[in-house]
Structures are given as structure tokens and as C-alpha cells.
Ligand binder design. Structure first.
Ligand code: SF4
Length: 499
């Protein structure tokens, strides 16, 4: 199942703690603001961006409709090129396959390309339990690993760290994992990158087994694709003797022509670049060139359950660009750890419950509520995942999963509202009553809002469940019906004169 961080509380509690960390919010605000601007600028350059988004969504949906056939085609193409294909139903099976391959080669360390799938299945921890060290080689992943930290962003896992924190991590922790940081290391980005490069270089040259994920898998030729910015992926994919790629079954695209669309959508949406600095593709074993033993682990781990959900299956279009995180007002304030998973932000709020199922634990069930439903995530998503639609769908499933047979407070409130709103006379009486009581409450606890509006302040329990977290606008002095009667539907003015 998806990797939720062990012991994490439900989102509201974790978010409250994160909101008290001013340094974290400053780091996040600066980083997400920078990526947002870069993305907006490069997307604006593309005249047919909306057509590209539509094409991306259509290709993914078409692929998912025939996923069984495409997967078999991919398997055949991979095998024809000398690749060993493994099928993994869940995290345990996938980890066992990878550990078995590493053990079979007698290694006690592997190097890794940044991969969400391997984080999802907790591969590093599974390998550590077998006495095999898994070294992350992406710079941000290295910072997280050395800092004994948790990732907080899909693309930039150490986004919550600023450069002086990174310097401190390198200075104090690098030696325990290999080559120490140079003497007198500064917090200049160039110096930090050079320190990481030296530290990693000896690992690249020594490792006999590498582990990667894949951004895409092209079924027609059995080609795997990794896009990255640093070149560490290219080193892992070419230097070791053995390469194991753990690939979620939704990463598949049928043809190279389909891939073309995503190679335009992904870099602009993720790093705000026109194209990736490094795009590596490999199709099986090439004698004398690159790894001579290739394995692909095709991972389900809940994806077929997502596919069975008619509303939720659009989440399988995700190409992990992280654009939705960078525009989300909730993510920007709480950071990624509050979501308690390797998949944070808006996509995490839907993907985790979809992969794990709702009603399993409180933390996962809290995620569909970690959103204002503002829709900014849908606006930027390169494959048009309607995240707000899926969030509302999942909230319904969470409510259903917790029904005990006895009506809850919200159930009773909804039944009462249906009874009142189902009859015009009852609605009219309720409006008068609401206006009177609302004015009394507003007079007690009125507070000013921007734009000259007012809201009702804090109310006692149970109404405080609403007023503690949201503005409750003061009721208008006159109901719509009263206004209609008084003005004859707007045909008379306040003085009773016809317009
Ligand atoms: S949901 Fe869309 S915007 Fe968010 S990471 Fe996935 S592809 Fe990117």
C-alpha cells in the first residue's frame, strides 16, 4: 500500500503543528512562489497548451481503458529485448523481488534514481532490513536521506529546507554515509552542489546494482523513460552492471507518438523548463553498453482498485509533475509532512485514499478534507485531473464508511433541511426565524471582513465546529422573499415607486 509515514496524526493535527513553524512557511512560500512563476512563464509560451492538456488526458484515459492489453504488449516487448519482467501485486512482493536480485548479486549497497514508486513501497527500509544500503543520488533526496528526514514534495523532497540547513546537514552527516563534506563548506548553492557531486561520485563508480523507477514505459518497443535535471539518473542507468526498475502499471503509454505529448507537458509543469536537461530512454540489454542485466518490476499496489473507481480513476493519469502542490494554498501553508505520505498536496489528498481505500485509518480518511476546493490544482494539472471532483467523491465515501446505522448530527441536519426546503410555506417561516435569530447572534459576535462585509464571530459548541474554522456571513437584514414582496420583484423602488 502507499507509504504513509508511521505514526503520523490526522491532517488537521499535523497541519496545526506545521502552521506554527514560521521558518517552514517562509521556505515553502519562497520555493513554491519561484516554481509557480517559472511554470506560468513557460506555459504561456505554448499557444496550444490547452490542446496538449486535452491530448494528455485523452491518451491516458484511452490507455487505462485497455491497460490489460497494453501491459501484456509491454511485457512481450521487454522480454524480446532481454529484460526479466516481474509482476508485483503489492509493496511486499515488489520489495522481495528487488531484495532477491540484490542478494543474488551479493551486494550490500545499491544506488538509486529518484523514484516515487520505490518510496511508495518503502523499498529503502525493506533493503536495510536485509543489510543492503540504498543510496539516494538525487540532490534533494540525498538531503532528506542524510538528514534522516521525510520528503515533503514530489519533485523537490527537501523543499522545506533552506540552504543553511542543507549546509549543516552536509557538514554533520555526510561523513557517516561516505565521503565527508569539504572543510569550510559554505551555503552557496554552487558549493553545496559540488560537495554532493564529490560525495556521490564514489558511490556511482562503486555500485554494481542500481534501482530506478520510470516516468513512462512505451509499450510498443518496451522502452523505459526517465526524465531528470541533475544527471545522477543517467549515471545510475548506465554505470552499474545490473538495473532494476520498479514501474507503476499506470506509467504505460502505448506508442512513442503518445510519449511526445508528455515530454512537452511534463518539464513545463514540473520544473518550469522547456525541456528536461536529461531524458534517458533504454530498451533492453545492449551488449557491451550499459547494464547487462535488466529487471522491470510492474507494480500494482492498489492501482487496479483505483482503476475500478469510475470517478477516482482519473488520478491514474498523474505524471507526478507536482504543479498542483505548488499552487495549492493549503500545501503552501502546511508543507508536505502534514499529509503523512510520500504523496503530499492535492494529488496526495486523493491518491492515498484511492490506493489504500477509505475507512482504513483516520489519517488517510482525513486527507480528502485537506483542501478548500478552490480548483487551482485542476487549472494547472497538465493531464486535467479534476482533483476537486475526486475530493468531493472521496468525502462521500469517507462518510459512508463511517456510517454506524444511527443518524449522525449532519444526517439529522440534512433531513431537517430537506423537510424545510421541501415546502414553500415551511421555507418562508424558516427564513423569518433564521433572520431573527441570525440578527441576535450577529449582534453578539459580529466581526468585520474585508470589503465592508461582516461575519458572525465565535459561537458555542456545536456551532463552534463551524465558526472556529470558517467565516459565517451575517444574515442579510431582509430575506429574498421579503424583498420580492416589498418591491414587486424589483419593479418598485424603496419608495414604492414603479421603475
Ligand atoms: S495531479 Fe496533475 S498537477 Fe498534480 S502531480 Fe499529478 S499530473 Fe501534476
Amino acid at each position: 500500500m502507499s507509504a504513509t509515514f508511521v505514526g503520523m496524526p490526522a491532517f488537521p493535527e499535523a497541519a496545526r503543528a506545521a502552521l506554527g513553524n514560521t521558518q517552514l512557511r517562509q521556505n515553502l512560500s519562497h520555493a513554491t512562489g519561484t516554481i509557480r512563476s517559472k511554470r506560468a512563464a513557460v506555459v504561456a509560451e505554448v499557444d496550444d497548451w490547452e490542446e496538449l492538456r486535452l491530448a494528455g488526458a485523452e491518451i491516458k484515459d484511452r490507455t487505462l481503458r485497455h491497460l490489460d492489453e497494453h501491459l501484456l504488449q509491454l511485457e512481450s516487448a521487454l522480454q524480446a529485448r532481454g529484460v526479466t519482467v516481474h509482476w508485483a501485486r503489492d509493496a511486499a512482493e515488489a520489495c522481495a523481488v528487488v531484495a532477491g536480485i540484490a542478494r543474488g548479486h551479493g551486494v550490500d549497497e545499491v544506488v538509486k534514481v529518484k523514484s516515487m514508486a520505490t518510496q511508495e513501497i518503502n523499498l529503502n527500509e525493506a533493503l536495510a532490513a536485509e543489510g543492503i544500503a540504498a543510496w539516494e543520488t538525487d540532490l534533494a533526496e540525498l538531503i532528506v536521506q542524510l538528514g534522516d528526514d521525510l520528503p515533503s514534495h514530489i519533485l523537490v523532497p527537501a523543499i522545506h529546507r533552506n540552504r543553511s540547513e542543507v549546509r549543516e546537514i552536509f557538514r554533520t552527516r555526510m561523513a557517516s554515509a561516505g565521503r565527508p563534506a569539504p572543510e569550510g563548506l559554505t551555503d552557496e548553492p554552487r558549493d553545496l552542489a559540488a560537495a554532493a557531486r564529490l560525495h556521490l561520485r564514489e558511490k556511482f563508480l562503486r555500485a554494481r546494482v542500481a534501482i530506478s523507477g520510470a516516468n513512462f514505459a512505451v509499450a510498443e518497443t518496451g522502452t523505459l523513460v526517465v526524465v531528470e535535471s541533475e544527471g545522477n539518473g543517467r549515471m545510475c542507468l548506465t554505470l552499474p552492471e545490473v538495473l532494476v526498475s520498479v514501474v507503476g502499471i499506470e506509467k504505460l503509454v502505448p506508442t512513442w507518438q503518445d510519449l511526445d505529448v508528455f515530454l512537452q507537458l511534463l518539464p513545463r509543469s514540473s520544473t518550469g523548463e522547456r525541456m528536461n536537461p536529461y531524458t534517458s530512454t533504454w530498451s533492453g540489454v545492449t551488449p557491451g553498453d550499459g547494464p547487462q542485466e535488466l529487471h522491470v518490476v510492474l507494480l500494482d499496489n492498489g492501482r487496479t482498485n483505483v482503476l475500478a473507481d469510475e470517478v477516482g480513476r482519473q488520478a491514474l493519469r498523474c505524471i507526478r509533475c507536482s504543479a498542483c502542490l505548488n499552487v495549492c494554498p493549503v500545501y503552501e501553508r502546511t508543507g508536505g509532512h502534514a499529509y503523512g505520505s510520500v504523496y503530499p498536496g492535492p494529488i496526495g489528498a486523493i491518491l492515498n485514499p484511492l490506493l489504500k481505500g477509505v475507512g482504513v485509518d483516520e489519517q488517510t480518511d482525513s486527507l480528502p478534507y485537506a483542501s478548500t476546493l478552490c480548483g487551482a490544482c485542476f487549472e494547472v494539472c497538465p493531464v486535467r485531473i479534476d482533483i476537486p471532483e475526486v475530493l468531493v467523491h472521496l468525502r462521500g465515501k469517507v462518510v459512508d464508511a463511517h456510517r454506524s446505522g444511527r443518524p449522525t448530527g449532519p444526517d439529522l441536519a440534512m433531513r431537517a433541511a430537506a423537510w424545510v426546503l421541501g415546502d414553500a410555506r415551511r421555507t418562508a417561516i424558516a427564513e423569518v426565524a433564521a433572520g431573527l435569530s441570525g440578527r441576535v447572534v450577529a449582534a453578539v459576535g459580529r466581526r468585520a471582513l474585508p470589503g465592508g462585509r461582516t461575519a458572525i464571530g465565535r459561537l458555542p459548541w456545536p456551532a463552534s465546529l463551524w465558526t472556529d474554522a470558517r467565516d459565517l456571513p451575517s444574515p442579510p437584514r431582509e430575506s429574498f422573499r421579503a424583498w420580492w414582496r416589498r418591491t414587486d420583484g424589483g419593479r418598485r423602488d424603496d419608495a414604492g415607486q414603479g421603475r
